[in-house]
Design a protein around this ligand. Structure first.
Ligand SMILES: *Cc1c(COP(=O)(O)O)cnc(C)c1O
Length: 225
């Protein structure tokens, strides 16, 4: 299936879309209900442009400053791009994040809820928010503790944050399916439709368990420098 006219990333994109569609069908889901976020962190604009050229429109970055350096020019050249923040966000960067991103996947504490709500009111712009859950309750991991999720969601709703769903990064090097299933149950229990879960190594598993957003970097771009 290699086409010498197409850059490697574009070929990989087609393969990943095929794999997402296959996993969706296995689970009785419509492939169109899954959004592939191409995680372009550390990748230069030259590496991103071929994916835009073949129609990829949704990208993920983990740092506000890097995204602010890279994306305004790309966005201006191609209308309709959507940029998702998938990395931890400091409250003092909330305004910059609200200005630049179309979705924020790392809402994990009350101070950030407050800062984002204020930034959205000021900007008149309301990016969709995902609450990140520390689904394995790991000591070093970002995300709200599972026991604290109900309280944080109540606070997010009280602040009128547009909460679209939940996000997680399961513990490394163990079978992720039980963690994906737990996140899916938590989202159901709270009436949230969005599930941001699944990366290069496990996006197909995540899709069979209900992921609506998969975040894929390495499988698209190759290993990061
Ligand atoms: C880097 C990153 C990804 C993509 O990981 P790959 O294994 O390269 O696909 C997904 N989600 C988050 C939160 C990340 O930081």
């Amino acid at each position: 299936m290699t086409d010498p006219e197409q850059p490697l990333a574009a070929q990989r994109l087609a393969d990943i879309q095929t794999a997402i569609a296959r996993a969706a069908k296995l689970a009785g889901r419509a492939p169109a209900d899954i959004s592939l976020i191409a995680v372009s962190k550390t990748q230069p604009a030259d590496a991103i442009a071929p994916l835009i050229a073949v129609g990829q429109r949704v990208f993920g970055e983990n740092r506000v400053q890097e995204a602010a350096d890279k994306w305004p020019a790309l966005k201006e050249a191609t209308p309709g791009l959507a940029l998702h923040l998938i990395g931890q966000l400091q409250s003092n960067k909330a305004e910059a994040a609200v200005a630049l991103f179309d979705a924020i996947h790392s809402v994990d504490r009350l101070s950030l809820v407050t800062a984002l709500a204020r930034a959205m009111d000021k900007a008149g712009r309301r990016p969709a928010c995902f609450v990140q859950v520390n689904i394995g309750d790991e000591a070093q991991k970002g995300g709200v503790a599972t026991a604290d999720l109900p309280a944080l969601l109540a606070e997010a709703r009280a602040a009128a944050l547009p909460v679209a769903g939940l996000m997680c990064l399961p513990p490394a090097a163990v079978e992720p399916a039980p963690y994906f299933a737990l996140l899916a149950k938590m989202a159901r229990d709270h009436g949230l439709p969005g599930l941001s879960m699944g990366m290069s190594g496990d996006f197909e598993t995540a899709v069979t368990i209900g992921a609506t957003h998969v975040r894929v970097g390495t499988a698209l771009f190759g290993p990061r420098a």
